[in-house]
Design a protein around this ligand. Structure first.
Ligand code: B16
Ligand code: MG
Length: 217
């Protein structure tokens, strides 16, 4: 029986993935690097410095560590400007009813976000109290696709990994869930999340019927 759900944040519960894209695109343009939405798919779930490295590789640019730290900080400032306008209206449809159903079924919940801004985004969405445990990359050494963040959540919840379902929109995140020995529920398109056990188009598709099926896995 499944006893816990562990959710990614960006792209699963809210559309901050779009804000990350806009902020990285602005930086890439400044650096003279072409950066498309398709390129951005590779960055999803990847931490800030890892994302910058991927963009620099695209433009075949090599910079010093100090320059990279400055650029990452600059991207984050742009990203935070976009986050500033967020409100509970930015929660994806279906999230609140889903959490009510999970609580009613006695299922524990955790957040596993690679974002150092996760606590702020939760505040903006007014959902910090929704989770039994929150892990963000401030307390994790190895980012996704390493399983550390999902295993940390399972341990904090006191639930064995095989009794957890991880929910992710990013290939790196799905890899992390599978490496943690959990069931991976992908959000997005099947062709992009080939390692997931099941892919649904949006969190709203995780309705009572599907939830009942998943809870008896
Ligand atoms: P920050 P998630 C991830 O969050 C995003 O998917 C990824 O695009 C971003 O680079 C990463 O957080 C780091 O975010 O710059 O705010 O620390 O999807 O794991 O919730
Ligand atoms: Mg994500």
């Amino acid at each position: 029986m499944i006893q816990a759900f562990i959710f990614d944040l960006d792209g699963v519960l809210t559309d901050t993935a779009e804000y990350h894209f806009l902020a990285w695109q602005q930086l890439a343009t400044q650096l003279g690097i072409e950066f498309s939405r398709a390129d951005n798919e590779l960055l999803k779930g990847v931490d800030r410095m890892g994302s910058l490295e991927l963009i620099l590789q695209l433009g075949q640019k090599q910079l010093s560590l100090d320059e990279k730290l400055m650029l990452a900080e600059q991207k984050n400032t742009e990203y935070l400007k976009l986050v500033e306008s967020m409100s509970p209206a930015d929660l994806f449809p279906g999230v609140l009813p889903l959490f009510s159903s999970l609580k009613a079924a006695g299922v524990k919940t955790a957040l596993a976000s690679a974002s150092k801004n996760a606590a702020l985004v939760l505040q903006k969405l007014c959902i910090p109290d929704l989770f039994d445990y929150v892990a963000d990359s401030n307390l994790i050494k190895n980012g996704k696709p390493d399983p550390e963040i999902f295993l940390t959540c399972a341990q904090a919840l006191g639930v064995a990994p095989e009794r957890c379902i991880g929910v992710e929109d990013a290939p790196a995140g799905v890899t992390a869930i599978k490496a943690a020995g959990m069931y991976a529920l992908g959000i997005g398109e099947e062709h992009a999340l080939t390692q997931a056990d099941l892919v649904i188009p949006a969190i709203s598709a995780l309705d009572q019927t599907l939830l009942t099926k998943l809870l008896t896995l």
